[in-house]
Ligand binder design. Structure first.
Ligand code: NAD
Ligand code: MG
Length: 440
């Protein structure tokens, strides 16, 4: 634990400041060097990695009780022993967590909520229980693991992501919020320690698979696809009184509650835009979003010779999870195979950023840089929580985020602490804006 915390402490202190300067100063030097308008993929996505891949591969899954976590355990269960889980964590749900630990023979678990961890400690005799956010860090740093899957929801995923990369451990990253909030820190830490970040988000997994096959300077644009969510095509007036149930009814993907609401507002695509910018070192001007309601094409890259390459498949997160956990191998995943003739049509349209303001706000926050993406993310987490709790209407989500951003402005990120402060400030402002709206 202490080795891990010491490394993280370095990153958080002077190391982070140094790394931050590097990120702001020369982070996109590879892009400048690339020929034409293409850019070169950064080292931290593993282009030149040899992938330390012992068998069995020792895996820690953070957020194992959630949608991604459960599907990851399904992938592990089919791996024939190639993937061995050595640590599991959850936020609150210790009952599911201890059941998973028993099923997968895991003797070490962490529960972020200290009260839930105490209850787990009374009830579970199967091994060691770590408690609180520091417990999650210890789980990462003290389990002698080869790979960490971060499937935590929200900015709570940042600290364990930093701990993972600080230890030089490869990170399979579903938790997009950690790249949104601390993209420079996370990627520069990976660069400094040589750890690889393998995306689990389906669009970024698709782009990873496409980019890995291209030479430097050949890629002109990245294209992220968006389903458009359950309210695609509606006007602002038609969104005024949509319900939580309606927003949770995603047309193509089955996911956790927070990301499902993010899909309905298009904030998910906004977060993914920022995620792609950091992950692939790509300028925002070279990342497009296209609405594709069937969710069959997950990502595309446009190349300097006029060719565009696409990644296709039925929407099932076990595909990108399996890719990330088994890389550089591919293994069988029991998903329906694609039958294009049966599908018949794939359609595309531009996103409506006037009606779905969250995508516009996220792009602007990403381009503003500094604390803006952190503020955007924190305000979104507060607003989505309030919407799910029936305390904020659907359109109030974008309004609260926009007001929070304009009240707080943009500060430079000088250190890890400035992100923590910006996150706390944004949560306080957004919470008071929610209350003001509820009282009005
Ligand atoms: P979920 O809500 O289903 O699960 C979240 C997990 O995080 C749970 O295990 C929960 O116990 C844990 N958790 C919650 N708060 C925590 C905290 N404060 N500290 C530690 N652990 C905490 O979420 P999900 O849908 O599985 O999404 C997880 C992440 O993956 C999100 O960042 C999401 O954007 C991303 N993602 C999800 C999908 C999907 O299909 N579900 C697809 C792409 C990306
Ligand atoms: Mg996605």
């Amino acid at each position: 634990m202490w080795v891990g915390l010491a490394t993280w402490g370095l990153a958080r202190g002077s190391g982070w400041r140094r790394l931050t300067r590097r990120a702001f100063g020369v982070g996109f030097a590879t892009w400048d060097l690339a020929c034409g308008s293409g850019w070169a993929a950064p080292d931290w996505i593993g282009l030149r990695a040899t992938y330390n891949r012992p068998v069995p591969r020792r895996l820690v899954i953070l957020g194992s009780t959630g949608s991604i976590g459960v599907q990851a355990l399904d992938v592990v269960g089919r791996s024939g022993g190639e993937l061995q889980v050595v640590g599991l964590s959850a936020g609150h749900d210790w009952r599911t967590l201890t059941r998973q630990a028993a099923e997968h023979g895991v003797g070490r678990i962490a529960v972020a909520d200290v009260d839930a961890a105490a209850q787990a400690a009374e009830a579970w005799t199967g091994g060691e229980i770590l408690s609180g956010p520091d417990g999650l860090v210890s789980l990462v740093t003290e389990s002698a693991c080869d790979l960490v899957l971060n499937a935590i929801v929200g900015s709570a995923g940042l600290l364990p992501a930093v701990a993972t990369l600080g230890e030089g451990i490869d990170l399979a990253l579903a938790n997009k919020e950690s790249l949104v909030v601390g993209g420079e820190l996370v990627t520069q830490l990976a660069e400094a320690t040589g750890a690889t970040i393998i995306p689990v988000d389906s669009e970024h997994s698709a782009l990873h698979q496409l980019i890995m096959r291209e030479g430097a300077g050949t890629i002109e644009r990245l294209i992220l696809t968006a389903s458009g969510g359950p309210f695609r095509g509606r006007s602002v007036e038609q969104l005024a009184d949509v319900t939580v149930e309606g927003a949770l009814a995603h047309p193509t993907w089955s996911m956790g509650g927070k990301i499902t609401i993010d899909c309905a507002t298009l904030m998910n695509k906004g977060l993914e835009l920022i995620e792609a910018h950091h992950l692939f070192g790509t300028p925002y001007e070279q990342i497009d979003v296209v609405v594709h309601p069937q969710s069959i094409i997950h990502g595309l890259i446009a190349l300097c010779d006029g060719a565009t390459l696409a990644h296709l498949g039925h929407p099932d997160m076990r595909v990108p999870i399996s890719y990330a956990l088994h890389l550089p191998e591919r293994v069988d995943v029991p998903v329906a195979r694609l039958d294009l003739a049966a599908l018949g049509r794939l359609t595309f349209e531009p996103p409506d950023e006037e009606t779905f303001a969250c995508l516009r706000l996220a792009r602007a926050a990403g381009q503003a840089g500094g604390t803006a993406p952190c503020t955007l993310n924190a305000a979104n987490e507060v607003a989505v929580h309030a919407f799910l709790g029936g305390r904020l209407p659907f359109l109030g989500i974008a309004a609260v985020i926009e007001d929070t951003l304009s009240r707080l402005g943009v500060e430079q990120v000088q250190s890890f602490d400035s992100l923590t402060d910006a996150d706390a400030q944004a949560r306080a402002v957004a919470a008071s804006l929610v209350e003001e709206r509820a009282a009005a």
